[in-house]
Structures are given as C-alpha cells and as structure tokens.
Ligand binder design. Structure first.
Ligand code: FAD
Length: 323
C-alpha cells in the first residue's frame, strides 16, 4: 500500500547526520512506492534539502526560525507538528538518536499515535509492514506491526542501509512558515566538549577499552588503532568508573548502544550490562588475556593475549594494509 512518509533530517554541527540517510532508506521501504518527504528544522538549514533528495527523498520541507537554532523539544515539536498537520503523512521515521528519543514520544503523544522505537529492520510480510526491534537489552527481538493510525518509528543508527547518494536527483525544497510560540526552555549557550572526531553512536568501527586497559595512558594504543581504522573509541563502565576515560564513552545498558561493522573489545570481561550496548555489532573481536572471559562467548574472533602486545601489532598490520 503506497503511503506518504515523513523523515526527519537531523543537522548537527553543520552536517546532516548519517542516520538521516538511513531513515530515508527506511522510509522508502515504508512508503511502498508512495512519497518520501524530508523535514529539516533549524536555523540556516535551507541548503541541506538537496542532500536529503540526493539520498532518496522525493521533496523536502524546511522550517526555519531563529528560535530553532538550538534544539529544544518544545520548539522542534511545534515545528514538526505543523509540518505533520500540513502534510498529513501516513508514516513518520526519525533516527533513534538522543534527539529522536526525546522528540518522537512527545510528538507521538500529541498525535495520540503509537511509536515503535529503536527499530533495526523493516520488511513487508503478508501485506503488513513488520518492524523488528531488540528487547531485554538485545537478548531477544520482537516484531511489531501497526494496525491503526499513523506508522511512527525511530530507527537505530547503522542498521538500515541508506541509498547511495545520487547527485543527479532533484526535487522541490519548500519552506513552511511556522510561528514558534514562546519556548518553555531557552538554551543560552552550549559548551562543547573537545572530541576526537568520529561520533561513537554512528561509528562503523569501535575500539573499546575496559578495566584491562589499566590507565588513561593505556587508552593511547586504542586511540591510535581507532585513528588508523577511521573509528571511534568506546569503553566499558569498568574503565569509566576507574577514571581511565570519560563517561561519554561508556557503552552498555546505562551507556550508549552501538552497532558498528567492527567492534574490538580490549580488556573487557563481557558483563551482561556491557553486552547490552554492543552485542548487535556486525563483527566482534575480543582481546583478553583470560581465555574464560565471557566476551569470547559472543565474539566472532577471539584473541587470547595481552592487549598491550596485540593492539600495537594490529596497528602495524593495519597501517601496512593502508586501510
Ligand atoms: P572487568 O570485569 O574487571 O574486566 C577486565 C578484563 O580485562 C578481564 O576480563 C581481564 O581478563 C582483562 N584484562 C586485564 N588485563 C588485560 C590485558 N593486559 N590484556 C588483555 N586483557 C586484560 N558495564 C558496562 O560496560 N556498561 C554499562 O552500561 C553498564 N551498566 C551497568 C548497569 C548496572 C545497573 C550495573 C549493576 C552494572 C553495569 N555495568 C555496566 C558494569 C558491569 O557489570 C561490569 O562491572 C563492567 O562492564 C566491567 O567492566 P570491564 O569488563 O572493563 O572490567
């Protein structure tokens, strides 16, 4: 059944986040031949419309306002609800990002609709659109269909293939004027932490360190391997609790959920709470000197050894391969 599906394009630090392109891939599946409409909200965002179209959106609606320069759930919800009111979509897809997790339930509540969050795949089966999502911290998956009302879902980054960018694709980018009413919270200033580049939740390669890394200094070879492979550094809570790194790197039940193509766990025992954040990674490599470590049970490749010997060898070999 052909549907009109709305997709949120998320702009951060002057770029559209990758998950926006994956959301278009998801929306094309959900639209089933219908129209995919991108939505971009913010200040000075008009130029991003064409990029969403090049990744598969049929057209794009932007809402620009100085009050939308910084994300607030109140302001963004007003803007997106106005677009929904004007477009009357049958489907809505957001990324399951910090912004999506905050905004989607608010909008679903206002629309009085359901919400299927953290979707990892979408397929057509028996005339229904079937959404798969992990439950019980990734130990099982459930399949859901929407039987009534708008189909609203958030998709987990790095799970649904985006379309290849096609620079010859064209489509209309229009702007909708929305009067943003007084916001209940106003962001005066954002103080950014210095980061080493690749966003952990969207990284294709994650090199994660645990208590076995032993010190802040011990993270250095992991950072170098991440740099060689174009990836990001993550950590177990053990490493964060021991002050070897910042909590923003924590992966797991109470940290970030990542699904990279390659996850290399260095000196991480594999506690269930850690596995909750990384067990759906496509290829898992574990380096641990304890052959009985739990992490080996879910690893595709296991290296029993001292990470301080293994990681430098990996760096050397990867450099030779010029990855
Ligand atoms: P350890 O369990 O101490 O493991 C260190 C490993 O390093 C060992 O296997 C050891 O053999 C190996 N090692 C040591 N030296 C070397 C070396 N030189 N070379 C190779 N290997 C070496 N944890 C998370 O990670 N994320 C979470 O989100 C999270 N949430 C939690 C929520 C709750 C409510 C609770 C109760 C716990 C949570 N935890 C979480 C903590 C979790 O239970 C574990 O304590 C934690 O994951 C252990 O971290 P670790 O594997 O780094 O440390």
């Amino acid at each position: 059944m052909a549907r009109k599906v709305l997709v949120l394009g998320e702009v951060r630090d002057g770029f559209l986040r990758n998950v926006s392109f994956e959301a278009i891939g998801a929306a094309i599946l959900a639209a089933d031949g219908g129209e995919v409409v991108g939505v971009i909200v913010g200040e000075s965002i008009q130029s991003f419309g064409d990029e969403l179209i090049q990744y598969g959106a049929d057209r794009v609606v932007t809402v620009e306002d100085a009050k939308l320069g910084q994300y607030t759930s109140d302001g963004y919800a007003q803007a997106i609800l106005a677009v929904i009111d004007a477009e009357k979509p049958e489907g809505i897809i957001f990324g399951h990002t910090a912004l999506g997790k905050d905004l989607a339930p608010r909008i679903a509540g206002k629309l009085n609709s359901g919400l299927i969050s953290d979707v990892t795949s979408i397929e057509e089966a028996g005339g229904n659109l079937v959404f798969t999502r992990p439950i019980y911290s990734g130990k099982a998956f459930e399949k859901k269909i929407v039987t009534d009302g708008v189909i609203f879902a958030t998709i987990r980054p790095n799970n649904i293939e985006p379309l290849r960018k096609d620079e010859s694709r064209t489509g209309a980018v229009s702007s909708l004027r929305v009067e943003i009413k007084d916001l209940r919270a106003i962001i005066k200033d954002v103080i950014r932490k210095a980061t080493d580049g690749v966003d952990l939740s969207e990284a294709k390669v994650v090199i994660a360190g645990g208590r076995g890394v032993k010190s802040e200094e011990g993270f250095k070879p992991l950072k170098e391997l991440a740099q060689v492979l174009g990836g990001a550094v993550g950590a177990s809570r053990g490493a964060c609790d021991a002050n070897y790194c910042e909590y923003s790197l924590q992966i797991g039940q109470t940290g970030k959920v990542v699904t990279p193509d390659l996850y290399i766990a260095c000196g991480i025992s594999g506690a269930i709470q850690h596995l909750a954040g990384m067990s759906n990674s496509k290829v898992i490599v574990a380096i641990n000197k304890d052959p009985e470590a739990n992490i080996f049970k879910i690893a595709d490749y296991g290296i029993v050894g001292d990470l301080f010997e293994v990681v430098p060898l990996l760096i050397e070999e990867c450099k030779k391969l010029k990855i």
